[in-house]
Design a binder for this molecule. Sequence first.
Ligand code: IPE
Ligand code: IPE
Ligand code: MG
Length: 273
Amino acid sequence: MEPGENIDPEIFGTFEAQLMEKSMNLKDKIDLLHLPNHVAIIMDGNGRWAKMRKRPRTFGHRNGVKSVRETSEAAAELGIPYLTLYAFSTENWSRPKYEIDALMHLLLQTINQETATLNKNNIKLNAIGNLDSLPQNIFKSLMKAIEDTSDNDRMTLTLALSYSSRWEITEAVKKIVADVKQQNVDPSHIDQSFVSNYFTTSNIPDPELLIRTSGEQRISNFLLWQIAYAELYFTDVLWPDFRKNNLYEAIIDFQSRERRFGKISEQIKVENS
Ligand code: IPE
Ligand code: IPE
Ligand code: MG
């Protein structure tokens, strides 16, 4: 059964209208001049969402695609320049083969189906992670979608695929050592910005807001270096239930926080005045 299938369409229509009104009210509370420049999301809880409905885990993954669409659209509409979604971790390769296969199939389908919408919404697709480890057909489709959307400039949507932060840091160290050995680099020139240039995220700013769904309060090897000063937001909402108003709630919460970057409150107040 699909969500809403056995619900009277009239009642469902009212419910949808109420939801829409709620999200409009929430949207109005957002200060558009102080949006996070980059929002990153650990999309978690698909399996539990399906289990609650006595359906296979893959049903949860399939329903998570709508949340991806809604969240990307909401972020672009608000004017958030960068959105990064953790879709598949290095550690997720240890899941049962049938689940990995289903996730890869869904990824391929989504890339192929959504490229037109990305273009319509002027969204540029980007990907980070060990992309060489993806099945060939997926790698090719992904590269094509990235190429086909490369002129878009409203928002950059980055998918983290076969990504883990420790993998990324290890790869960066290997490349830095090779460059030092070949004497392309003097070790005294290695500072923080030099190191970040070796990451797969070198062309995107650090996230200012990191959201994790499903009630888990951990980072699971995601952007460890890059979230040094991100605001963390955890919600119990399972990813397939995540909608525009959930993103708005996270942003409103973000905007209520004082980001001090090691300084004291009085300094921040002077800087912002
Ligand atoms: C997130 O949902 C999707 C991926 C990690 C690919 P999960 O599949 O982790 O769902 P839960 O955490 O088991 O509910
Ligand atoms: C994190 O979710 C990875 C993604 C969302 C892609 P997991 O469900 O794999 O994380 P753990 O295992 O609960 O830490
Ligand atoms: Mg999970």
